[in-house]
Design a protein around this ligand. Structure first.
Ligand SMILES: C[S@@+](CC[C@H](N)C(=O)[O-])C[C@H]1O[C@@H](n2cnc3c(N)ncnc32)[C@H](O)[C@@H]1O
Ligand code: SF4
Length: 451
């Protein structure tokens, strides 16, 4: 059997699977994790701990058809201004519950489009963050940037407040693909944003690209990648386009007949991966690439790479606090997610409370499965000795479950000195294999294609 046939037989081309940016995936969060539990978890953060902060800005001036992010369109700044006022209250309210001497490991502004904020509104937001939270050792501040919606004045404001990582959305530079996904963005616009940031000595630049888009071809993707490499990013995220129109209604605007077949998608991913590796990028997990001296490559080499809601991270903080509509917080005890709609979020904060809606309390079983899946997604292996030592009460369940999973993929998974290793040829199956450990059974339609 050829390699492709083996991947096909294992379900690569007809399986939907979670991306496991969390375990359990967010669609399994249930009600019953109210604000009382969120407050309890905030208060339980140890004195002197470093925590990370994610602020969600759910607004965009344009609504790209392909986008599955939680966002809403606006033509004016009025709702954005009002939303930031609510965010300021939430910052105060969550901060008041934390120990006095926590400090920030990371601050990430995501969306939507954080760069939609005017310099004044951004300064108001960042003044509040840095007034309430001290920057910890090794602090990093990153922002998602849409080059078509990021004024030079706003970029200067972000730099002045210490932004040292920027993530720029590109997706694809081919005009035919851009028209098919409802997102126009010229190379010149993107270049101008990059040049501005580099001139201000921005240290680290990431770019987001997608494979599997309508009308995307091998030569077209090569041309886009060449343009991207000319911009000299330090990191790249190369995500498989998640076509989930039943969840993201805007995607109904996309002609599904123009999407590449699952096999063609796989070829596009492989081709891009080869090209980036030839250029010296280190592959990081399923969909990231980084220069060898980048923090992600270093974390991979020293075993500290982690998976989080942004994909991969070298952040070692145990607590991630999400603020804003739909934002998710991660604590050692579990997850809590704010109300997804801006109206519900605003009224929860307006009523004088926190805004947690759903979430999940992690059991001991969840904790070891989460750790095993994270190891697989980061390193394509599971260290069964470490796992059993870390969760001694679960040792029998761990041994039984992993040996069943290994038996289901005899060609792909091998035990070597207590480490269950995924053969590099079979790495594309990693989300499907992780799914075998997943105790929360998913509807097929709840997730995107496994490749
Ligand atoms: C919040 S968005 C982008 C930030 C900014 N608004 C922009 O447009 O540049 C973050 C990233 O999510 C990714 N993304 C959005 N929708 C996606 C989808 N349907 N499938 C895969 N990735 C997607 C894109 O790569 C995008 O750059
Ligand atoms: S890709 Fe960016 S600009 Fe486009 S809709 Fe999504 S968040 Fe908004």
């Amino acid at each position: 059997m050829t390699h492709l046939k083996q991947l096909q037989t294992a379900g690569l081309f007809d399986t939907n699977a979670p991306r496991y940016t969390s375990y359990p995936p967010a669609n399994h969060f249930g009600t019953g994790i109210g604000t009382a539990r969120q407050a309890e978890w905030l208060a339980a953060v140890p004195d002197g701990a470093q925590v990370s902060l994610y602020l969600h800005i759910p607004f965009c001036k344009r609504l790209c058809w392909f986008c599955a992010c939680r966002t809403q369109g606006t033509k004016t700044m009025r709702p954005v201004d009002a939303y930031v006022d609510t965010l300021l209250i939430e910052i105060d309210r969550q901060r008041a519950l934390l120990p006095a001497d926590v400090s920030l490991s990371r601050l990430h502004l995501g969306g939507g489009t954080p760069t939609i904020l005017t310099p004044d509104i951004m300064a108001r937001l960042l003044d509040r963050v840095f007034d309430r939270f001290a920057r910890g050792a090794g602090f990093e501040f990153s922002v998602e940037i849409d080059p078509t919606e990021a004024s030079a004045a706003l970029l200067d404001t972000l730099i002045a407040y210490g932004m040292n990582r920027a993530s720029i959305g590109v997706q694809d530079f081919d005009p035919k693909v851009q028209n098919a996904i409802g997102r126009q963005q010229s190379f010149a616009q993107t270049h101008a944003t990059v040049a501005h940031l580099r001139a201000a000595n921005l240290r680290s630049l990431n770019m987001d690209l997608l494979y599997g888009l309508p009308h995307q071809t091998g030569p077209g993707l090569t041309a886009s990648l060449e343009q991207v490499m000319a911009l000299q990013p330090d990191r790249l995220a190369l995500y498989g386009y998640a076509h989930v129109p039943w969840m993201s209604k805007r995607q109904l605007m996309i002609d599904s007949a123009a999407l590449p077949s699952p096999q063609a998608r796989f070829q596009l991913a492989e081709q891009a991966r080869e090209m980036l590796m030839l250029d010296g990028f280190v592959p990081i997990g399923i969909d990231h690439f980084a220069r060898p001296d980048d923090g992600l490559s270093i974390a991979l080499a020293n075993g500290q790479l982690r998976r989080n809601f942004q994909g991969y991270t070298d952040d070692t903080a145990e607590v991630l606090i999400g603020m804003g509509a739909s934002a998710i917080s991660k604590f050692p005890q579990g997850y809590s997610q704010n109300y997804p709609s801006t109206a519900q979020y605003t009224s929860a904060i307006g009523a004088g409370d926190l805004a947690a809606d759903k979430g999940h309390v992690l059991t001991q079983t969840d904790l070891w499965v989460a750790r095993a899946i994270e190891q697989l997604m980061c390193r394509f292996e599971i260290n069964t000795i470490d796992l059993r030592a870390q969760f001694p009460a679960e040792a029998c369940a761990i041994a039984r479950t992993l040996s069943n999973v290994a038996a289901s993929f005899p060609q792909a998974l091998h035990y070597r000195e207590g480490i269950l290793t995924l053969d590099p040829m079979f790495e594309p199956l990693v989300r499907i294999i992780a799914g075998k450990l997943d105790l929360f059974k998913s509807e097929k339609t709840a997730h995107s294609a496994a490749i």
